[in-house]
Design a protein around this ligand. Sequence first.
Ligand code: PMP
Length: 422
Amino acid sequence: MRNESIFNESQKYMPGGVNSPVRAFRGLNINPPVFKSGKGQYIYDEDGKRYIDYVGAWGPMILGHCDEDVVKAIEETSRNAIAFGAPTELELNLAKLICETTDIDMIRFVNSGTEATMSAVKLARGFTGKNKIIKFSGCYHGHYDGFLVSAGSGVMTHSIPGSAGIPVDSVKNTLIADYNDIESVRKLFEEYGDDIAAVLIEPIAGNMGVVPAKKDFLEELRVLCTNYESLLIFDEVMTGFRVAYKGAREIYGIEPDLVTYGKIIGGGLPCGAYGGKREIMEYLSPIGPVYQAGTMSGNPIVMAAGLATLNKIYENKDVFYTKLEGLGKTLESKMMEAANKRGINITINRCGSMLTAFFTDRKVENYHDAKQCDVNLYSKFAENMILNGHYVSPSQFEALFLSIRHREEDIEEFIETIEKIF
Ligand code: PMP
């Protein structure tokens, strides 16, 4: 059993055997498979077992694994250009494509979603001259100290760090509000309004499971930010190019001041970006006073993989997102049907090709609701799906992702397994 022996040895050399915590399958009674290859909607572990993949590297693999155009772009670019730490036409092409097709003025590339949100917040602080930010409980924006905050129940303004190693001082400027609850935001603005640099939000949350914001909530957020001269930052690291080409912005028709991207824009290679209005972006060094840099930022191979991915999506975007919506809808309705048949309570929140099945009979509209669900039942569900060759997230506080390579037959197989395990 190569899976077992590789994972066991990995634990000697890497904490928990992984390089990012959820991968370790804590809370499940199985070890994570160790993957060797992927093609289309399939991934294969070291023991040669095939899985239909519903994680998609946590979002980036919207074209499926090892898409031929992405592989070709990586191969061809790497023959001539691996890294310069200097300007290239590839980065211009990707910047131009994203700016022109998603209606932002300027963009800066970084190497992860964490870097993107962390830098966007620094830029917001530099631009506004204010210190505090509002984030929402249950939203994840990366592992930057200032974002790893959990609010004690009812103690919205007394932020406590949600990880060891974070000085209380690092989170004192992070205010926590409740998702989909505009009054909790209004109160913070009333108290701290003259010092709030930005409101940072996943406009469709994916990190407490999928929880879409209500439209009027986002509209009111937009108004509050404008009135208090704070920036509205949409974290679209997960939703950008996923829920619609222009992400949640397109779905809600609401314009933030800054937007962050990651995942899909790098075609599966490490990438992040933040962008927005010119007058704000020009606050960045070397033309402005806000310093942010990166040796690997705009790496040619990453840019080439991102370009191949976004070009392929953009060329045929209406057909592309219609197909994903159709697949998502089928999966949602058949899962619901299977649960109803077996008398199991589930609530499914879905936005296009990302969804979460919560084991509850209630609506899930914020972090509190998500935490009330039967997470142990979710763990059992995940364990059994994975054992049966359907690779789903090991945690309920994540999304399930479809790719353009999934077929109706894959979903049927998925449902057959669900019926069996329910
Ligand atoms: N923002 C959101 C909305 C995310 O989903 C994630 C990662 N899942 C991040 C930021 C952080 O991105 P990364 O893991 O690339 O640092």
